[in-house]
Design a protein around this ligand. Structure first.
Ligand code: NAI
Ligand code: COI
Length: 366
């Protein structure tokens, strides 16, 4: 892998490798773009097959955060961390504290939060060393686990996509195939079940699947079969790149709306969905509820204000479908256009010299 070629291709600002031998920390922080403000994005802990795979994941996820934060109207740039390791076996206090010190060393250029494989407890350990961490315990006056809020945003975004596809945003009686019923999807399924949707779920974790059967009367299928389910809506809520050459022609749905980051393996898969008339709610727009929620901590957390902002995902998704129709482009491109226009217009306004930039961070010093 030619690192600088990778960084130049999508104009990444910075890539940081963090190593702490005693705790076993091996982390990669990618900062994509800080035009709008400090880079905010979660920390993923995962058993990567290679170091290269970890770097690529950090880069892709960081760029996604730039677009997510811009499209959500936040004054934040995009970054992300991956920690190489098994979240069930390799965590320890020293690891997260060492990581917290690396974040502190970036002096506010990067702010972290939860992602797959990390928890509120991990964020609390990071918080022992740095103030540049969100999603910490409500006991600190913070917002806690972002997953339920991400779920609410996905539910709102799914309703908007249903309105576009079926002319009505009700999900009553709709068959929804959910891939992965973990933290986000469990809460999302609760909203869907309450509205009277019929759920077909899958997961590689048997316990999570059984929980969905018990609590939401969900049917189950094997993980590989989820793509073939005859459904109205497919909701990918596990990992990325699941809309790819092998799966795209198997999907039976009219709508794709789920929480997973980087759902399209490549841009061409978004083009194919558009040609097929599948209504695709762009991943980084529909799953922005978590980041909108943790970003509210930077103002002094207010739950009602955060949920109100998350509700706005409904209108943002509708706006993206409008741009898609107006410009004759797929929805993923319409979302990119919206995010890029915001970044570019604010980039231009920064040519005005200020002696002291307004501090976008209002994090209390410990
Ligand atoms: N937690 C949050 O607030 C946010 C999460 N996301 C994204 O949403 C997705 C889900 O996040 P979480 O619910 O927090 O993670 P999670 O780890 O709690 O849930 C993911 C679930 O998917 C299952 N899974 C993994 N591979 C699978 C496969 N091949 N087939 C079926 N199931 C599989 C796992 O067993 C797990 O139950 C991730 O892509 C994450 O990056 C995006 C924005 C915010
Ligand atoms: C706080 C997190 C939910 C932000 C993030 O990393 C994401 O939205 O993917």
């Amino acid at each position: 892998m030619k690192i600088f070629d990778e960084l130049q291709q999508y104009d990444y600002e910075q890539l940081i490798f963090c190593q702490d031998r005693e705790s076993g920390l091996k982390a990669v922080i990618a900062i994509h773009d800080t035009t709008l403000g400090p880079a905010l994005g979660g920390t993923r802990m995962w058993t990567y097959a290679s170091e290269e795979e970890a770097v690529i994941d950090a880069l892709r996820l960081a760029k996604g955060m730039t677009y997510k934060n811009a499209a959500a109207g936040l004054n934040l740039g995009g970054g992300k961390t991956v920690i190489i390791g098994d979240p069930r076996k390799d965590k320890n206090e020293a690891m997260f504290r060492a990581f917290g010190r690396f974040i502190q060393g970036l002096n506010g250029r990067y702010i972290t939060a939860e992602d797959v494989g990390t928890t509120v407890e991990d964020m609390d350990l990071i918080h022992e060393e740095t103030r540049y961490v969100t999603g910490i315990s409500p006991a600190f006056g913070s917002s806690g686990n972002p997953s339920p809020v991400t779920a609410y945003g996905c539910y709102m975004g799914m309703k908007a996509a249903a309105k576009e596809a079926f002319g009505d945003d009700s999900l009553k009686g709709k068959t929804i195939a959910v891939q992965g019923v973990g933290n986000v999807a469990y809460h999302m399924c609760q909203y869907l079940h309450e509205e009277g949707a019929k759920l077909v779920v899958t997961d590689i974790n048997q316990e999570n699947m059984e929980r969905a059967v018990r609590d939401f009367e969900a049917e189950t299928v094997d993980p590989e079969q989820i793509y073939d389910v005859d459904c109205d809506i497919f909701s990918p809520c596990a990992l990325g790149a699941i809309i790819n050459d092998d799966t795209i022609n198997r999907l039976q749905c009219k709508v794709i709306a789920g929480s997973a980051n980087n759902q399209l393996k490549d841009a061409e898969h978004g083009d194919i969905l558009h040609e097929k008339g599948v209504v695709y709610a762009p991943d980084y727009v529909i799953n922005a509820g978590g980041v909108i929620n943790v970003a509210d901590e930077l103002l002094g957390y207010n739950r009602d204000r955060a949920y109100k902002k998350v509700e706005g995902i409904y209108q943002t998704i509708l706006r993206i479908f409008e741009i898609s129709k107006r410009d004759g482009i797929p929805s993923y491109k319409a979302a990119d256009r919206m995010a890029e226009e915001r970044i570019q217009s604010l980039h231009r306004s920064r040519k005005t010299f200020l002696t002291e930039e307004r501090n976008l961070l209002n994090i209390k010093t410990r």
